[in-house]
Design a protein around this ligand. Sequence first.
Ligand code: ADP
Ligand code: MG
Length: 257
Amino acid sequence: MRLRIKDLSFSYDSIKAIDNVSMEINEGEVLGIIGPNGAGKSTLLKCINSILKPRVGTVLVDGEDILKLRKDEVAKRVAMVPQNSLTSFPFTVLDVVLMGRIPHLGKLGRESERDLKIAEEAMRTTFVLSLADRSVDELSGGEFRRVIIAMALAQEPSILLLDEPTLHLDISHQLGIMELIRRLTAEKKLATILVSHDLNLAAKFCDKLILLNSGKIYSAGSVEEVLNRENIKQVYGVEAQVIRSNGLVYVIPIKPI
Ligand code: ADP
Ligand code: MG
């Protein structure tokens, strides 16, 4: 088991954002986290990435409790593609991807040939190598998203976290990013968690789903188990049609209840 989360809880002052969450993911698996706004999805990713420090619970990566590790040690194991990775600085694509090597650099903080090679390989697999010298503030949304995924890969993580990776992308780029995530998860033997508001994309590309509501796991399991009319009604407050066809599940929202 690559990632095992046990009894995790986290509060922002008075708001209990994550309430006793447990889950397990194997290498090569993509887990989708779905749920309404404010359910705690982003908070959960930040806890797994140790940006937030939960006082209760454990996050085990290959059996090791990463909540007890220093930040740079966490960053060698867990990489995050955040929801709003914006930059207004005119860094080049290569600069940004090399930032993924920071946790691996020695005391002098200088990149070696090896770091450059790893950054290049990350750009190649995400199809941004030809953009290496371009400034990131000139890229399209889809290109920029791939650059941030390349930076995450340059960390050489075993866990990849993505917060709404297809947000604001057209349908072609949505499919492109999801296919990229699936391929990288298999090739690099990652355990991947992605947050998505797009239930149909999540259904198509995830091995299993967790439906989060008010910081708690409302439902967890296969796509077929989690995406049903009753769960969607209870958690989103929406009457939906759920179509099952050729092993795929499609959700069509009809009206609020
Ligand atoms: P989601 O990503 O599912 O939309 P979040 O994890 O962002 O949900 O938020 C979960 C809950 O925690 C919400 O009630 C939100 O208002 C609260 N919250 C999120 N970030 C903070 C913060 N920095 N300070 C205080 N409360 C926060
Ligand atoms: Mg969020």
